[in-house]
Design a binder for this molecule. Structure first.
Ligand code: 13P
Ligand code: SF4
Length: 334
């Protein structure tokens, strides 16, 4: 005879599981007790529906440690979305990431729990803008950052993420590329390649706020720290940083480094994740919150799984072209 575990015991066990990681972020056991009933429900529903939850590194700690099956950067999550055997993918990130999952694995049902989870870079450019740029620079390959809509990807030769932008640019034929849509990333990449880069004027509203002065004042206070900046930051910020890259580059840098103190010049979720993964290291956080990433929460994740909303769809002709650009990105690798 199988005995059922009383709900209070299950909730306490779940809270203990959350607390094991979240205590490093100063969450108390009683706070974890508040998250536990809902993470339990989500994890049960996930099993019932054969669903997988993919969560970007910038998501809230209770999502990363409570319900995510995979956490990672845009590149890693794309690969995971492409190879999953689950019937349903619930994407905890922003809409362009969920769209990317659908493009790469069209037979799966892909959900996002808030359609308000946009991205300032993605909203900065349309497919018509790309067509105009291509007319201005005929036969020049178009390298598009994944932080774009499916329609923009469909107009591109290849996609890239912050983890492989330089590698993708270098893999293109000829001496020129059109790189879209992040102007700061284009400026940062110009310093690393001999190719001529034609850019667009998109910006990430989170990373554009960091300044060189801010970094320098922290450096004075903590001269031994390593500064890890996202490639979406301004060039003057990158100049005073020890690493310029994506969120997975930051993780790998810290894993290999013997340094004790790091400053992360990126979204706050990343420092939460790294503080939990590397409790022995010290993190200095001038972090900024991405209002789009934070549209996702446990309550709307539960609602999304229960009602199977909001479903992502991409018209087939656009999806096919966008898939070709994304598949090339994955083949080039990190
Ligand atoms: P990563 O690909 O480095 O995780 O970054 C995604 C993003 O949206 C950065 O703002
Ligand atoms: Fe877009 Fe910037 Fe938010 Fe990343 S952090 S999702 S680039 S707005």
């Amino acid at each position: 005879m199988q005995l059922t575990v009383p709900l209070e015991i299950e909730i306490r066990e779940e809270a203990k599981r959350l607390f094991a990681n979240m205590r490093h972020l100063d969450y108390s056991m009683s706070e974890c007790m508040l998250f536990a009933p809902i993470t339990l429900k989500i994890n049960r529903l996930k099993k019932q529906k054969n669903a997988v939850i993919l969560a970007h590194n910038y998501q809230r700690p209770e999502i990363l440690f409570g319900v995510a099956d995979f956490t990672g950067d845009s590149f890693g999550l794309s690969v995971e979305a492409k190879r999953t055997n689950a019937d349903l993918i619930l994407f905890c990130g922003v809409v362009f990431m969920a769209e990317t999952a659908k493009i790469l694995n069209p037979s799966k049902k892909v959900l996002i729990s808030s359609l308000e989870a946009g991205c300032s870079l993605s909203e900065s450019i349309t497919a018509a803008d790309v067509r105009k740029l291509k007319a201005l620079h005929p036969n020049v390959p178009v390298v598009t950052y994944v932080n774009t809509s499916a329609e923009v990807k469909a107009e591109s030769d290849v996609c890239c993420t912050s983890a492989n932008a330089l590698k993708v640019i270098e893999a293109m034929p000829g001496n020129e590329v059109i790189f879209l849509p992040d102007i700061f990333m284009a400026q940062n990449l110009r310093k690393q390649t001999n190719k001529q880069i034609h850019s667009w004027n998109g910006k990430c509203i989170v990373h554009e706020i960091f300044t060189k002065e801010q970094i320098m004042s922290y450096k004075k206070q903590y001269p031994d720290m390593k500064v890890l900046a996202h490639l979406e930051c301004r060039p003057e910020v990158i100049e005073v940083s020890d690493l310029a890259g994506g969120t997975s580059d930051m993780y790998n840098f810290i894993k290999k480094s013997t340094a004790k103190r790091f400053m992360l010049v990126t979204e706050c979720g990343m420092s939460d994740l790294l503080r939990a993964r590397f409790p022995e290291k010290q993190f200095i956080n001038p972090c900024a919150v991405c209002p789009y990433m934070k549209k996702i929460n446990l309550e709307n994740i539960l609602g999304s799984l229960e009602k199977e909303k909001f479903e992502i769809s991409v018209p087939e002709p656009i999806r096919e072209k966008a898939q070709s650009a994304l598949d090339k990105m994955i083949a080039i690798g990190k």
